[in-house]
Ligand binder design. Structure first.
Ligand SMILES: C[S@@+](CC[C@H](N)C(=O)[O-])C[C@H]1O[C@@H](n2cnc3c(N)ncnc32)[C@H](O)[C@@H]1O
Length: 228
């Protein structure tokens, strides 16, 4: 069902791909908002061919298409907003091994019986849903020693410290038309993410703070963990 009141619907409307734009695969998996900064797909493991991978909050599907198309992984990519999935299907619908679904992430995780080797999210659902609940659901759908990897806007990106409390804070994001919309976002610091991942049975294996050369604060936080 389309939720036209959702800020993510407005975001989808305003980030419509230019029609006629060639649907080539991207050159790498991007974890941040600035291309070419930080690690790529190698954090998900060396051999991705045939791996079952789930992306939560895939937007227009460029990263999922890259993993399916360039690495021959079997990727399921979901997004809350069916307009985003429509764009993704228009651009990448013919990429073998890629399944695109419009669904709420928690709902999907609770309903599916598929076990994944890897679950990842790029500025997607992690941080937008209550982390304890979301990560417990992710852990249940991961095989033992499976990988979860995600990037979130850095909690100190504005120079203000993370909230790290049980409540989300209202995080503003600017739409392409210049208007700001607020979304509830759980902005944990690194110990906070470690704690909530451990509670879900996930052990952190790497933490990367992505820095953009022009900025005085890190812009994104990227965490990789394994199911124990
Ligand atoms: C900032 S965008 C990032 C999109 C994409 N990962 C990228 O890097 O281009 C966040 C995406 O998460 C999706 N999203 C937000 N809440 C969600 C939920 N509960 N379940 C699934 N997708 C969700 C939004 O619709 C949006 O497409």
């Amino acid at each position: 069902m389309i939720n036209k009141c959702s800020p993510w619907y407005a975001y989808a409307l305003q980030t419509r791909p230019v029609s006629g734009e060639p649907s080539t695969l991207t050159a790498r998996l991007e974890w941040g908002t600035y291309p070419g900064i930080g690690p790529g797909a190698e954090v998900l493991g060396r051999a991705l061919r045939g791996r079952r991978i789930l992306e939560l909050g895939c937007g227009q599907g460029q990263n999922a298409a890259y993993l399916a198309g360039s690495h021959r992984a079997l990727v399921t990519a979901i997004d809350l907003i069916d307009l985003q999935i429509q764009y993704a299907r228009d651009r990448y619908g013919d990429v073998p091994g890629l399944t695109l679904l419009a669904c709420d992430a928690l709902r999907y995780l609770r309903q599916t019986s598929t076990t994944f080797d890897i679950v990842y999210s790029v500025f997607g659902v992690v941080g937008l849903a209550e982390p304890g609940q979301l990560l417990a659901c992710v852990a249940r759908r991961l095989r033992p020693h499976g990988i979860v990897a995600f990037s979130v806007p850095h909690p100190r990106r504005t120079g203000v410290a993370a909230s790290d409390g049980p409540q989300p804070r209202h995080s503003m994001f600017r739409l392409p038309d210049g208007r700001c919309r607020s979304v509830p976002r759980w902005e944990l610091d690194i110990p906070g993410w470690r704690r909530v991942l451990a509670q879900a049975g996930l052990r952190v294996t790497s933490v990367t703070e992505l820095e953009h050369p022009g900025r005085s604060h890190p812009t994104a936080l990227m965490i990789v963990a394994r199911r124990i």
